[in-house]
Every structure is written in C-alpha cells, then in structure tokens.
Design a protein around this ligand. Structure first.
Ligand code: AMP
Length: 422
C-alpha cells in the first residue's frame, strides 16, 4: 500500500517520500481514510506507531482545500492539544515536515518559556496550532488566540493529560471550541475517565487500534537485576561501562533523584544529563539534542519528561527505580526496540520494590527473568533469582558476563571490599 493510494494529495505524498517512508504504518493505513472522510476517531496507539503522521497528514489535506484559508482569517483551524512541551515540539515538527509543500502556517505553544513571542507568532495567523493545555488557556485569557473557528481538534495522549491533572483545563478549552468540528482522541489506554471524556466529545467515532503484535512487552527483551538500593548506581555504572552501552535512557522516579544520578554518573566518567519538569525548556531541548547526537551517553528522565520522546531505535532502557504505576512500565520499555529493532529493558530492583515488581508482572501477564550480576544481589522475594554463570547466558543481554569486568570506569570497589579494607 502506498501513501497516495490512501487519497493523500501529491504535496503530502511528496513530503512523506522526502522523509523516506515507503509505506503507511498500520495505524496510518486505518486512520487516514477515516479522518479524510470527516469521521470522529478514537485511536488507541502509543508513540512509535506512526500515529502523529496518522492524524497530521489528513488534517493538512483538509486545511489545504482551496479557498478555505481566507474564510477563517487569523483564527486557528486545526488544534492539537498535547500533555508535554516535548510532545508539542515534536508534533509541530511533524506538521512542518509533512506540510512543507503546502502554504499553511503552524506553531507550537507551551509553558515554561516567555509568552510574548508566542503571542506575536499567533498574531500573524496560524492554521494549525499545537499546544499544551495550560499555556493555551493563558493565551486565550490574554486574547491572543481565537479558537472559535477550529474545524479539527486532536487530543493526543489523552490518558496522560488526565493523569497530569489537565481535565479541568481541557473542559475549559472544549467550551471555547465550536460544537461542530471533527474530533480525534488518542490514548494509550481507555480508562473510565477517558471513556467519559470521549462520550461527551466524540460523535459516532470510528475506532482504530494497533495490534497487540506491536506491543513492547512482546518485542522487548526484559530482565531484572536484583540489587540493594544503595548499590544501584554502582551497578548502573558497571553495566554501562562493561557493556559499552552508548545510548541509554534511564528512568528515575523523582526530579531530585534524576539530577543526583546524572551527577554521580558524570563522576564515574559516564556522560549523563537529566531531563525533567523542573528544567528550563532550553536545558531540556539541549539535553535531548545532545543525547540524540551521541554526545551524552545516558539520559536520566522522569516518566512525565520522557513520555512521547521520539528517539528512534534506542538500544537500552533502564528502570533505575520501578514506576509506582504498573502501566508506566510498559510506556517506559516502549522507548526501546521500536520499528522492529531489538531492544533491551533492564530493571534494577531492590527488596523494597518487590511488591511493585509483582504488580508489573501481573499487569503485563508474564514473569520477567531475574539475573544476578555477580557481586550484586538482593532478596526480592517470591521467585528466586538465578545467578548466571555461563558466559553465553550472561552476554545475551547487554554483554553482562560472569567474569569480573576487564575494564572499569573509575568504579568504586564493592562495599564489602571497602569495609574489609577499612
Ligand atoms: P510517532 O508514533 O508518530 O511518534 O512516530 C514514530 C516514528 O515513526 C517517527 O520517528 C516517525 O518519523 C516514524 N514514522 C512515521 N510514519 C512512518 C512510516 N510510514 N514509515 C516509517 N517511519 C515512519
């Protein structure tokens, strides 16, 4: 199947070809014709499935209909509401990429940066606006944007927006939009709260789903390394160093912890940076760019900061701490092994986290293999962790071997040795 056979105009097919895509992904093949028909849509798809192009392309086609632009003047015609600044930047980039052969204006607005340049940009007129909820409401409050003529609304990662407490902002925004419009709602999960939101918002929606076949839990190689909490950093440095991992996304639970870990890794000679909600937009963009360019080896992120990050074919994801919500585990490991590439997701689990681990395993309906890295261990209850001694087995994931590492990066001696030496 080709993009033009989906009914997309030549300018869009050309932009897609420029990106090097050969064929639509499953979500694109399903969603694009439905959106072009003008249907409301409920999509269950996560980042990595090609869903952004799945909604951006048909919306651009609609906006490009001749004679439509002058009718709306300065008013926004397509609005995508997204949970995070990073996702706003990424979706806007897609709009720019796919719309590059069309004469349409787009911009992204999000919090954490000066509002004035955004007001100026909006004053020049924008057809397709990508926004986070809070900043968009601020702009509405300052009369900087007219949403009364929105023709297409996208709520992207709706579940995450609800998790982040944006429901009131979203309801306020919805009240500002015209009744008659096309609405597309994407969510990784369909909780009661999402269904309730969708019921009041969508009109006879079509539903699209990407098949279970693509689920990260099925395609990503997962492993648990039991380890005492106090020795996690040491083990992480060892794994990164001995496995010569070049690009690792590490998940921590708190902003403070993420900062501290990045600092400690740098002390261990591993180039690392942290990305979370307290960092300035500039710092977050810089860290992400450096990580993508290979200048930073380890990016330590909190769940919210990492959600929606488009980093292609990330080879390693490490759960430095398990998430409190089992579902976040699936989002986290979905950062690796994308588009058919093989990925590894490793969780460093301490005794205190054994309950969380069991919840995750219940949620993904499988047991994650335990593997003790020699010299590190912890009692994580229930299932006994097996110490791998075979070279082959140890090397299967991340080249962990049962031998002592040949080359270590300024690694501290294991605490038992330190105690003995003291
Ligand atoms: P998304 O799920 O929208 O975040 O997209 C994930 C990644 O897939 C992005 O890097 C896109 O550039 C890429 N992508 C989107 N559509 C296609 C396609 N049809 N073929 C190959 N890659 C694609």
């Amino acid at each position: 199947m080709s993009f033009s056979s989906l009914g997309l105009r030549p300018e869009l097919a050309r932009a897609v070809a420029d990106k090097g895509y050969d064929a639509p992904t499953p979500i694109q093949a399903q969603a694009i014709p439905l959106i072009l028909e003008g249907r409301d849509l409920m999509g269950s798809a996560q980042t990595g499935t090609g869903k952004t192009a799945g909604f951006t392309l048909p919306i651009l086609q609609r906006l490009a209909q001749p004679g439509q632009k002058s009718k709306s003047g300065r008013a926004v015609r397509a609005l995508a509401v997204v949970p995070t600044r990073e996702l706003a930047i990424q979706v806007h980039q897609s709009v720019e990429d796919y719309g590059k052969w069309l004469r349409l204006d787009s911009t992204a607005v999000f919090g954490g940066v000066n509002i004035n340049p955004q007001k100026k940009r909006l004053a020049r007129g924008v057809d397709f606006l990508v926004a986070t909820p809070g900043r968009l409401l601020d702009l509405v409050g300052q009369d900087a944007v007219d949403l009364s003529r929105v023709e297409v609304l996208v709520l992207d990662e709706a579940d995450r927006m609800l998790d982040m407490g944006f429901i009131r902002d979203i309801r306020k925004l919805l009240a500002l939009l015209p009744q008659k419009k096309q609405t597309l709602l994407f969510s990784a999960t369909f909780s009661d709260a999402i269904k309730q939101l969708a019921n009041g918002l969508l009109h006879k929606p079509a539903t699209v789903e990407v098949g279970r076949r693509n689920r990260a839990v099925d395609t990503v190689e997962q492993l648990v390394h039991p380890v005492e909490k106090s020795r996690k950093r040491e083990l992480l440095s060892y794994l990164v160093g001995s496995g010569q991992w070049q690009q690792v996304l590490v998940f921590g639970r708190t902003k403070h912890g993420a900062n501290r870990l990045a600092k400690q890794l740098n002390t261990d000679g591993i180039k690392a940076s942290a990305i979370h909600g307290n960092k300035s937009q500039g710092a977050r963009t810089k860290a992400l760019a450096e990580f993508k360019a290979g200048k930073i080896q380890v990016l330590v992120a909190t769940d919210i900061a990492a959600r929606g990050l488009d980093i292609e074919q990330l080879p390693h994801v490490v759960n430095y701490e398990l998430p409190n919500v089992a579902e976040d585990y699936v989002h986290r490991i979905g950062r690796t092994g994308r588009a058919g590439a093989r990925g590894h997701a490793i969780s460093l689990v301490s005794g205190e986290e054994s309950g969380l681990l069991r919840e995750i395993e219940r949620f993904i309906k499988r047991e994650i293999p335990r593997e003790v890295v020699p010299g590190y261990s912890a009692d994580i209850g229930a299932r006994k962790a097996v110490e791998k001694t075979g070279q082959k087995a140890g090397q299967k994931i991340g080249q962990v071997t049962s031998d002592k590492p040949k080359r270590r990066r300024r690694r501290r001696r294991p605490s038992a040795q330190r105690r003995a030496a003291a």
